[in-house]
Ligand binder design. Sequence first.
Ligand code: FES
Length: 159
Amino acid sequence: MIIEVTKVESLLQRHERKKNSLLAVLQDIQDEYNYLPKEALQIISKHLEIPLIDVVGVATFYRAFSLEPRGKHMCKVCLGTACHIRGGPKILDEVEKKLDVAPGQTTKDRQFTLETVNCLGCCAIGPVMVVDEDYHAHVSTKQVDQILKQYRKKGKGKK
Ligand code: FES
């Protein structure tokens, strides 16, 4: 992806030029691009006078940030103990098959990024699959295709 330097610079203007602005700046960049482009990290590094290696260190520490382009929709399958017992791995297999990606990967059409999680705090409704902000409860393998289609059709999501 080619980023607009001026856009990154204008996002930087929203924050004080201090090292402790780093997290907020990264959040803004992540919100804008849905990931943290390398070029943006270089600009941030220069602007905040923080070595690039430290900027990357922070960016990789937090799971909310991604250094790889993400899909329009985040699809998370829970593999925590309760969901695992109730068939979480089968749900994951089905999602992998339908999207043709492994966890951590994004579909070629950039529609979905698949992730696994270890408990979403709603074990009673497992197995749970979350797409964007929507929790899908008691998911069966038969429902997976239907659920994914809703997002392809409606174009729900951030961008
Ligand atoms: S184990 Fe899946 S929500 Fe807790």
